[in-house]
Design a protein around this ligand. Structure first.
Ligand SMILES: [Zn+2]
Length: 504
């Protein structure tokens, strides 16, 4: 009898949990209206955005990696919403940050590579929107590649990007950097000056980027794995910021967003660092959103870095404006069961601009990764998360059987470096490229972002930018576009097996 009573009670408790659970907002407008009833009000929140350079999601404890201790980021994840499948737009620092800050994909914001491109003034940035909403805005960047001249400084009252070049034998976009603690010292000093105002702080930590040189005790804790040592050290630096917010009583009126610009291949697919390929090792990044309203959980929807811009605006009650590529994740933050996933576009023009090889474009959803390459590649992410088996041919045959057509999707061009035109890029997989599993929700519905006709971005250097380049302090200093250890390969093979190198 007692057993039955307990069962009935458990059943009732379960039923009550279902019935009393607040219904997930059906639309973004409904989500915004609901947030307005919260305390503090969205319009009263500070915003802190942390971007960690070169941080693979799957090297963090909160993403299931056992070989590292990242207690600070793990705690933030427990206190907030963690997105498990997040794709950056480009595995390169400046273009990826341009996407985070504008909600636009590279074909639309025009920044296709580090250096040589800048974010032009026609693109509205997150900092501009927040300053317009009354925020004090400050940016603290750890790498030269994000210097103000490339366009990301617009909207910031303070943009801390001064680097001591005298200590470098070779100056390159990839190697000039500040240690995380130095970046954080500047950020915390500025935050002290604005703590009584509403503020937006962007902190960029570059340490996991090459060259890997973790300080103690993180080096000793990860013998032979200096990348992990750098990640663990960066976690400690993030902890300083979170402690400052907690100790000052600011955590409960601050929106904290932590993400990365791209990952690091660490030898996978024959790539040592990042920028050359668009596999998950370099395109899958962490995304944690902590609101002061107690939203928690993990969301498995496939989302993208371009979604950060509209999501932050929604969460702080700033109205969206203009057409962007990103979609607001506000509903997914409020309810982890909400599916907002979509296929994410990813590209890299690094091979084209630096080596004259075919650039790569891809689309990724929760099920597949497609790479538009001279030999197209398709990976089944559920069976093959490491993207080691190209199933493109098998799927294409099946797709033709299903669709009853012999037409095949053509890659945008054969391998013809430098001979591509915008018109060729308007291929939509659509009809002939359906997957057997889900016709409607998977790659059959993928579309490419449209390229602007006749150009591939906002090229620099303009005269203005050239003039504002940092003064090189010593005549013996050499500027290398490839960083230390890179040399231009002599053979034109599509895959680089180089084991050294450094680029942002
Ligand atoms: Zn980067």
């Amino acid at each position: 009898m007692r057993v039955w009573g307990a069962l009935v009670l458990a059943l009732l408790a379960g039923l009550a949990a279902v019935v009393l659970r607040p219904r997930a907002p059906r639309t973004e407008a409904e989500a915004r209206a609901r947030l307005l009833q919260g305390k503090p009000a969205p319009g009263d929140l500070n915003v802190v955005l942390v971007t960690i350079d070169t941080l693979r999601a799957d090297r963090l404890g909160c993403y299931g990696f056992a070989g590292i201790e990242t207690p600070e980021i793990d705690r933030l994840a427990r206190e907030g919403v963690l997105f498990e499948r997040v794709t950056t737009a480009v595995p390169l620092t400046l273009p990826a940050h341009a996407s985070i800050f504008t909600g636009l994909l590279p074909p639309h914001h025009g920044v296709r590579d580090n250096g040589g491109f800048f974010l032009d003034a026609s693109k509205t940035t997150l900092a501009e929107r927040l300053r317009g909403a009354g925020y004090a805005t400050g940016a603290f960047v750890g790498a030269w590649v994000l210097e103000s001249k490339w366009g990301l400084a617009r909207g910031f009252d303070t943009y801390a990007d001064k680097f001591d070049l005298s200590k470098y034998r070779v100056i390159s976009l990839g190697t000039v950097q500040k240690k995380g603690d130095e970046v954080m010292d500047g950020a915390l000093a500025w935050l002290e000056t604005v703590r009584k105002r509403k503020f937006f702080a962007w902190v960029h930590l570059y340490d996991p980027h090459t060259p890997y040189d973790p300080p103690e005790p993180y080096r000793s804790r990860h013998p032979g794995e200096p990348y992990l040592g750098e990640v663990a050290y960066t976690d400690h630096v993030v902890g300083r910021l979170l402690d400052w917010l907690r100790n000052g009583g600011l955590m409960e009126r601050t929106l904290v967003v932590l993400t990365a610009d791209h990952g690091e291949s660490l030898g996978e697919h024959g790539e040592a660092t990042h920028g050359f390929f668009i596999y998950g090792s370099t395109t899958q990044v962490p995304l944690i959103v902590r609101t002061p309203w107690g939203h928690r959980g993990r969301n498995r929807s496939p989302v993208a870095s371009v979604d950060i811009f509209p999501t932050v605006l929604d969460l702080v009650g700033v109205a969206p404006e203009g057409a962007i590529d990103g979609r607001s994740l506000v509903r997914a933050v409020m309810d982890r069961a909400v599916e907002v996933g979509h296929a994410s576009y990813v590209e890299t023009y690094f091979p084209r601009y630096h080596f004259g090889w075919q650039h790569l474009r891809g689309l990724r959803d929760g099920v597949h990764q497609f790479v538009e390459a001279p030999r197209p590649e398709l990976y089944d992410l559920e069976k093959d998360p490491g993207e080691t088996t190209n199933v493109y041919k098998a799927y294409r045959r099946r797709a033709e059987e299903l669709s009853g057509t012999s037409s095949t999707p053509r890659p945008c061009s054969a391998w013809r470096p430098w001979a591509t035109s915008a018109a060729r890029w308007r291929w939509t997989p659509g009809r002939s490229f359906r997957t057997p599993r889900t016709r409607s929700a998977s790659i059959s519905s993928w579309t490419w972002p449209r390229e602007p006709p006749g150009r591939t971005g906002s090229r620099t250097p303009s005269r203005r930018c050239a003039r504002s380049s940092p003064r090189i302090p010593r005549s013996s200093t050499r500027i290398s576009p490839w960083g230390i250890g890179w040399s231009r390969p002599h053979a034109r093979t599509r895959r680089s097996r180089s084991s050294s190198g450094s680029w942002p």
